[in-house]
Design a binder for this molecule. Structure first.
Ligand code: ADP
Length: 585
């Protein structure tokens, strides 16, 4: 019930449109009833061969209802589609607005296919909530009242018997079908979502599935899910068939009951015989209003499940709340971290333990450590993706938590190992950093990132389409685009999160040179798991299992002959071995 009311509340901006559409729906069925009733009247009356003048009003009535039925149906469809599409557009924006602040921390436990299903399919199924749930209920209610009033003016028993049959068709059959299809709406929805998720997995991870020989198993899984879906749809179709048959039966029984009740009334002279056919046909026509109701319950269940899945996300609190009175933009872009500890979940071990460092404005700090040491965690905290619990991070002298997450991210340019490029042109991808940049600025950034030459060799230059996730570009080109993006953003703080991790040594060296241009005059945090190219850093932190095991300037660490020194020796040895192997082959 709570979900139903919340859904209803979402439609409030359109309440007048919805009322209009429901009234038009009522007018359409009213016209159908009027058409059949006046037609029956003309035929019955004409059998008595009256003068044409007697039939005149009824003839006009037939013409009117015949035309108005079509016009009202058209208007009703037009208005309800208008409402539906506007409602859907509103719902999509509403959902996306709530979804965005939840990324990435709160969304980690959702599968991307599942999220996609919620954004697309669940919102689409809410379309039924209005067109197939609310409107038919209102129309059926109004038509039932109309019929009861109309029939009661002839004889109360006629009204009562019609009411019973209408209730049976409008509520009895839906209850029966609901019993038969219990939980199926939900199962249909979840199976469909699972199938979508599995298909996306299959497409995105196609290459991995093939190389690990798991493609067959995945295919079987997809087949099993689609089989399940087909079985469910079959059962649903059978139930639909049953209620269509039952509704037809009830309509005819209602007509029969009317005849049985009305014929004695005609014989005893309580009812003019001309109205016999009028009443029977009007009752038959009124069933048009209750026939969609069994489906209404099915759609109601589907809409409520979809709404619950959406509300579950919408109700999640962002991990990082906005401060009540955010600090203004800092004047100084130095970072001070003191005794910082952090764990992702209450039951998890600490990912960072008592980290402290000082990164003054314009200086370079390298954080080096093996995989799992907590380097990305530090970046996640600085970018305000997660909220830290103990210790402090200060930016420009103020607590990082006092800034709005959005403002902090504005100040930080990131080049990471996984640069996400969107399915668009090169220029669109670059402009993401700062949409208002001019063409000259874009070209200047690309020149500095040494990618301008390459872009010019492409058939459409900056307007070349780079495919989903930039798959048409090499690793080095993608990283250069990421650097150009960071240059364009021109943020005072720079985080380089293993920007060359996926590149071969030659390209790595070239990209590193480009990056040095980017580091000029920026407060830079360089994250890496290898002791390569760190001589340029003002200070190096060596991180292991969440704490700092060594800290100092490059030459100090070498002199100390500690962990850093050992790692660099190991790295040099590895590089030498690789070079030897290269020379021999
Ligand atoms: P690095 O970047 O140095 O490879 P991370 O910062 O990614 O290391 O990871 C540090 C620790 O935090 C690891 O033990 C990892 O399992 C854990 N961790 C990382 N991300 C999450 C997450 N989203 N939820 C829970 N634990 C996480």
């Amino acid at each position: 019930m709570k979900t139903f009311l919340r859904l209803l509340k979402l439609t409030t901006p359109f309440k007048w449109w919805i009322t209009l559409a429901a009234l038009l729906g009522f007018a359409t069925i009213g016209s159908s009833i009027g058409l059949l009733a006046t037609s029956a009247y003309i035929i019955s009356r004409a059998a008595l061969r009256p003068s044409i003048a007697v039939l005149q009003v009824a003839i006009v009535g037939v013409r009117f209802f015949g035309l108005s039925r079509g016009v009202f149906r058209y208007l009703e469809r037009y208005v309800s589609h208008q409402v539906t599409f506007r409602l859907l557009a509103r719902l999509r924006v509403w959902f996306y607005r709530r979804l965005e602040p939840l990324a990435p921390a709160r969304l980690m436990r959702y599968h991307s296919g599942d999220l996609l299903a919620r954004i697309v399919a669940d919102i689409d199924s809410l379309e039924h909530f209005y067109v197939r749930v609310m409107a038919p209920l209102v129309v059926a209610g109004l038509v039932t009242v109309l019929m009861c009033v109309l029939l009661a003016s002839f004889d109360l028993r006629l009204a009562v018997i019609t009411l019973i049959f209408l209730l049976l068709a409008g509520m009895g059959i839906p209850l029966l079908t609901r019993l038969l299809s219990r939980g199926m709406g939900q199962r249909l929805m979840t199976t469909r979502a699972k199938l979508g998720a599995a298909q996306i997995d299959g497409i995105q991870g196609g290459a991995d599935l093939l190389t690990t020989g798991r493609a067959d198993r995945h295919q079987q899984y997809v087949q099993q899910l689609s089989q399940e879906l087909v079985t469910l749809q079959n059962r649903m179709a059978r139930i639909t068939g049953l209620y269509t048959a039952l509704s037809g039966l009830l309509t005819n029984w209602a007509a029969l009951a009317m005849l049985l009740l009305a014929i004695p009334l005609v014989s005893t002279g309580k009812l003019d015989g001309v109205y016999l056919a009028v009443l029977v046909l009007a009752v038959m026509a009124s069933f048009e209003a209750v026939l969609p109701l069994p489906q209404t319950w099915q759609h109601l269940e589907g809409s409520l499940t979809a709404a619950e899945r959406l509300f579950e996300i919408v109700d999640a609190e962002p991990v990082v709340p906005d401060p009540s009175t955010p600090s203004p933009r800092p004047q100084d872009f130095g970072l001070v971290v003191k005794n910082l500890s952090f764990r992702y979940n209450a039951q998890d071990p600490l990912a960072l333990k008592g980290i402290s460092f000082n990164l003054p404005q314009g200086r370079r700090l390298a954080v080096m450590g093996p995989s799992g040491a907590g380097k990305s965690t530090l970046v996640n905290l600085l970018l305000r993706f997660w909220e830290y619990q103990t210790g402090e991070i200060k930016l420009g002298g103020h607590d990082l938590r006092a800034y709005q997450p959005e403002d902090v991210r504005q100040l930080i340019g990131v080049v990471s190992q996984r640069t996400h490029l969107f399915n668009g042109t090169i220029k669109q991808n670059l402009l993401l950093a700062r949409p208002e940049s001019t063409d000259e600025e874009v070209i200047r950034a690309a020149r500095q990132a040494q990618i301008h030459g390459f872009i010019q060799t492409l058939p459409q230059g900056y307007d070349t389409w780079i495919g989903e996730q930039g798959l048409r570009l090499s690793g080095g080109e993608r990283q250069r685009l990421a650097i150009a993006r960071a240059l364009l953003k021109n943020a005072p703080i720079l985080i380089l999160d293993e920007p060359t991790a996926n590149l071969d040594p030659l390209v790595e060296r070239e990209v590193m040179q480009t990056i040095s241009a980017l580091m000029q005059n920026r407060t830079t945090l360089l994250i890496t798991h290898r002791p390569v190219g760190l001589a340029a850093a003002d200070e190096i932190l060596v991180l292991q299992a969440g704490h700092i095991v060594e800290q100092g300037q490059y030459h100090q660490l070498l002199q100390a002959k500690g962990v850093y020194w050992q790692m660099e020796n190991l790295q040099n040895q590895l590089m030498k071995d690789e070079a030897d192997i290269g020379r021999q082959s």
